[in-house]
Design a protein around this ligand. Structure first.
Ligand SMILES: [Zn+2]
Length: 258
């Protein structure tokens, strides 16, 4: 991209109007307006307690059947994919074409992804749930300037996950932010994947395995998470009590002990 179109400073601040609509349709592949025409993301409202009321909490444990567990994994995977794909689209729109992509447009793009044959697996997950991912993405864009978006958005997500893990008696493992999950080959462990995040599929130069960027990263993150978990909790069940949160950045002291 660099050199081809000049530095961002050479380009107009923002492309709008008919030209922006053409870029979105032809270059970014966002389907035209239909039922999402006037849709804007409605922020998720916090509940306000009426005066004099007391909050009461209940705790349940969900034991999913194998079929339900399968559906959950599929749903989380699809949410992550849609969030990342929406993020790519919004970034690409701005960095390459100087057009702003809003929530409604990412929803229309989602409709297109669900229709496309190669991403037809998205149809197995409720579109409402997937739109929720795009809403979170939109919130992250609105709250923070371009530079801190991903970090800040994930920071809020991490706090929620940590809270939920504690609530359900589970452990959330946060790997080191520098852990190169997208660059490690999940088959042979060599660190040769592309640094360019726009590359979605790559082939490992060492073992020849072809990887989907996000799928490969997910496998690596699971392995790294399990490694850190065993480091803290021990390899045998019941050896040590699992804490609700394990953060790689806090583990320097543990590292010595194991
Ligand atoms: Zn490899």
């Amino acid at each position: 991209m660099a050199g081809q179109e000049g530095s961002p400073a050479d380009r107009p601040a923002r492309v709008t109007g008919d030209e922006a609509r053409r870029i979105k349709r032809e270059d970014l592949g966002i389907p035209g307006r239909s039922k999402h025409e006037k849709r804007a993301a409605v922020p998720v409202k916090g509940r306000t307690k009426a005066a004099g009321t007391r909050e009461r909490t209940y705790r349940f444990r969900f034991h999913p059947s194998p079929g339900q567990a399968d559906q959950l994994v599929r749903t989380f995977g699809a949410c992550r994919w849609v969030y990342n794909r929406g993020l790519d689209l919004r970034r690409e729109g701005w960095e390459r074409h100087r057009v702003s992509i809003g929530y409604a447009e990412t929803c229309r793009a989602l409709t297109g992804w669900r229709r496309a044959e190669e991403t037809s697996w998205l149809r197995e997950v409720s579109s409402t749930v997937l739109q929720q991912s795009l809403r979170h993405l939109d919130g992250a864009f609105k709250r923070f300037s371009r530079e801190g978006i991903t970090d800040a958005g994930w920071g809020a997500l991490l706090r929620r996950l940590a809270y939920k893990a504690e609530w359900y008696g589970r452990t959330l493992v946060v790997v080191d932010p520098r852990y190169p999950s997208t660059r490690i080959c999940s088959r042979c462990q060599s660190v040769e994947g592309p640094t360019d995040l726009s590359v979605r599929v790559w082939t490992c130069a060492s073992c020849g395995a072809t990887h989907d960027r996000d799928g490969n990263a997910a496998v690596n993150l699971r392995e790294e998470g399990l490694r850190l978990y065993r480091l803290v909790v021990g390899a045998d069940p019941g050896e040590r009590v699992a804490p609700p949160l394990i953060r790689a950045v806090d583990l320097a002291t543990y590292g010595q002990a194991v």
